[in-house]
Ligand binder design. Structure first.
Ligand SMILES: [Zn+2]
Length: 133
């Protein structure tokens, strides 16, 4: 868990902006964990802050508490490769996300998870936000 991260981020930006930013990150993946696809409950720093990772969109991905806590300060891609739910498409998505190519990342996630499709009635699209990013 990265309880300290939240404090750190709140110190940097006004609460409102921070909250909006968090929301937009979760929205990109339809509120699902980028690693395993379960509901995302937290934001994970792909490159841990302890190793110089920044609190930017490129370095912050939606993650469930289980993945976030289990990964801890490890390199996300190395950690992810060892997981039972490892999916090469998700690994590519994580890589694309890190490179700032959210469009590609989202496309790969959709490919990895058919339930994530726009046609799914549980998933609300937010094209405007998506394009703005
Ligand atoms: Zn997860």
């Amino acid at each position: 868990m990265h309880i300290n991260d939240a404090v750190f981020l709140e110190d940097l930006c006004p609460k409102f902006r921070f909250r909006q930013w968090r929301k937009s990150i979760h929205r990109f993946t339809g509120k699902s964990c980028i690693y395993c696809g379960k509901p995302s409950e937290s934001i994970d720093h792909v490159l841990p802050r302890s190793r110089g990772g920044l609190s930017t969109t490129e370095n912050c991905v939606p993650a469930c508490l289980s993945c976030n806590g289990d990964k801890s300060d490890e390199n996300a891609l190395y950690w992810y490769r060892r997981q039972k739910f490892y999916d090469p498409r998700r690994a590519m998505a994580i890589r694309a996300w890190l490179e700032g190519d959210l469009r590609l990342a989202i496309r790969l996630l959709q490919w990895a998870n058919p339930n994530f499709k726009v046609s799914n009635k549980n998933y609300k699209t937010d094209e405007k936000t998506y394009k703005a990013a």
